[in-house]
Design a protein around this ligand. Structure first.
Ligand SMILES: *Cc1c(COP(=O)(O)O)cnc(C)c1O
Length: 463
């Protein structure tokens, strides 16, 4: 009998592997379907190797290790935490806002039991789902009434559908935005049944452009915050106050899609471009929409604040039921919004704001700590702390560079691209960026609790 035949005959069967102590252990800990699949796959790989190369490690120990890795892969969740070392705080691809422990605790409490979601405890009868965030949102924004839907895209869609179906919506050409992830204002407009009436030019729109576009079929005047881009140079746009005067004169509602939904004063941080929700509410705009998970730092959601009569009209639209938020989101919203009752505390307690506005010295300390830990363990790479700039991300504050510190890694045995890939596919998953032939770990978005894990991940990737 030749060597190949001999090895093939010695290859253990599925049943034999199931009977070894590891096999018994796996069947207790993992779904049987995945245990069987992993065993079969590993046997197949070994058989192929024998046939093609003439040799394979068919020892129980060797096979057992491979099987276990496969089982773990099969039974692990697809959606998993990653370490964000990109420095981009509102990273849409990485899930935008991370929530604080306090917010998570509230979600856990509400999600794990029954709640008064739609039950009025005072009166002992059916209550309103949105009532749980009405008071706090009114208090912090000054608005008459509120509604929260699945995301800001849904909020805009719902508003257009409610106030301007079959009617014209006047929008400046300088504000016809596309937000990453296929939210294009003209497309949302047509999906809602509203008719887009563009006015002005890309760089300049004046009040008379809006005025000239007014006719008996005008349903809404819409202002959109240029979230993820800025037009600079020879530009002009119409102020909210002027639009409000026009809207009152013609008795046409005015809506402002704010995008990010910033609720704190950014001027102390030298940022003047982002309108505050509270300021816009003061201008008496009829409807304001913004995201829950951009600068607000809460869960995914679309917040609509405005005049009571308009919110009531929204609530009567059957589409509202189709885009309603669930109790987990609501619990996260209420706890997040509560942090804004005290604005100073909001910057401390809401991770998004904390990461954006932490002092560069603190980031530097963290970068140094990471670098020091890495240098102790890693000899085959050049490791330094470097100054750099991070971006807010999520279509927020595109023109602002936030001074930051990053750990620069230049590997000696593999390429920078290989290192990036290994970190991305490793455990823990680390998402980093490459700049000028070095891998950068921006300490802005790395939490203190993640440092040890991050160091272990880099060490494993360079091993
Ligand atoms: C981000 C953004 C949206 C979409 O908000 P989502 O919450 O991502 O759905 C809509 N309009 C503007 C101006 C935005 O910046």
């Amino acid at each position: 009998m030749d060597e190949k035949q001999k090895l093939l005959q010695e290859l253990p069967s599925v049943d034999e592997i199931l009977k070894i102590p590891d096999g018994i252990k796996w069947c207790k800990a993992y779904p049987r379907r995945y245990v069987l699949k992993a065993i079969r796959d590993v046997i197949d790989i070994r058989r192929k190797e024998i046939l093609e190369v003439g040799y394979s490690d068919i020892s129980m120990e060797g096979m057992s290790i491979d099987i276990e890795i496969k089982i773990q892969k099969l039974s692990s969740y697809s959606l998993q935490p990653v370490i964000n070392a990109t420095g981009i705080v509102i990273h849409t691809n990485l899930g935008r806002a991370a929530l604080s422990e306090k917010v998570l605790e509230n979600v856990k409490k509400v999600a794990g039991s029954y709640s008064n979601l739609e039950y009025n405890l005072e009166e002992g009868k059916r209550g309103k789902r949105y009532a749980h965030v009405t008071r706090v949102l009114r208090e912090i924004t000054g608005a008459e009434d509120v509604l929260i839907v699945n995301n800001n895209a849904a909020a805009v869609l719902l508003c257009l559908n409610t106030f301007a179906k079959g009617k014209e919506v006047i929008v400046s050409r300088g504000e016809l935005v596309e937000i990453g992830g296929s939210f294009r204002l003209p497309d949302v407009m047509s999906s809602s049944g509203a008719i887009l009436r563009e006015v002005g030019t890309t760089n300049k729109t004046r009040l008379y452009d809006y005025k000239n576009a007014m006719n008996e079929n005008t349903g809404l005047i819409l202002k959109v915050h240029q979230s993820n881009y800025r037009i600079t140079g020879f530009t002009e746009d119409v102020s909210v106050n002027d639009l409000k005067t026009l809207s009152e004169k013609y008795n046409i509602p005015l809506m402002y899609d704010l995008g990010s939904g910033c609720m704190i004063d950014l001027k102390p941080y030298g940022i003047y471009s982002e309108p505050r929700v509270q300021e816009i509410v003061k201008t008496d705009v009829d409807i304001i929409t913004f995201s829950g998970d951009k600068l607000l730092g809460g869960p995914q959601g679309g917040v609509i604040v405005g005049r009571k009569e308009y919110i009531e009209r929204l609530q009567r639209n059957p589409l509202t039921r189709a885009v309603r938020i669930d109790k987990l989101t609501l619990a996260a919203f209420e706890a997040t919004l509560m942090e804004y009752i005290d604005e100073d505390k909001a910057v401390e307690n809401i991770p998004t704001l904390k990461m954006l506005f932490q002092k560069p010295e603190r980031i530097k300390e963290r970068a140094k700590k990471i670098a020091l830990n890495l240098k102790r363990r890693i000899k085959n790479a050049k490791i330094d702390v470097v100054e750099d700039a991070s971006k807010a991300g999520g279509g927020s504050l595109p023109e602002v560079d936030f001074p930051t510190y990053a750990v620069s890694i230049k590997p000696e045995s593999i390429s920078v691209n290989d290192l990036e890939e290994r970190l991305r596919k490793g455990t823990p998953v680390v998402i980093a960026r490459i700049k000028e032939n070095a891998l950068l770990l921006d300490a802005r978005t790395v939490k203190n609790e993640e440092i040890n894990e991050l160091v272990r991940g880099v060490q494993a990737a360079l091993y």
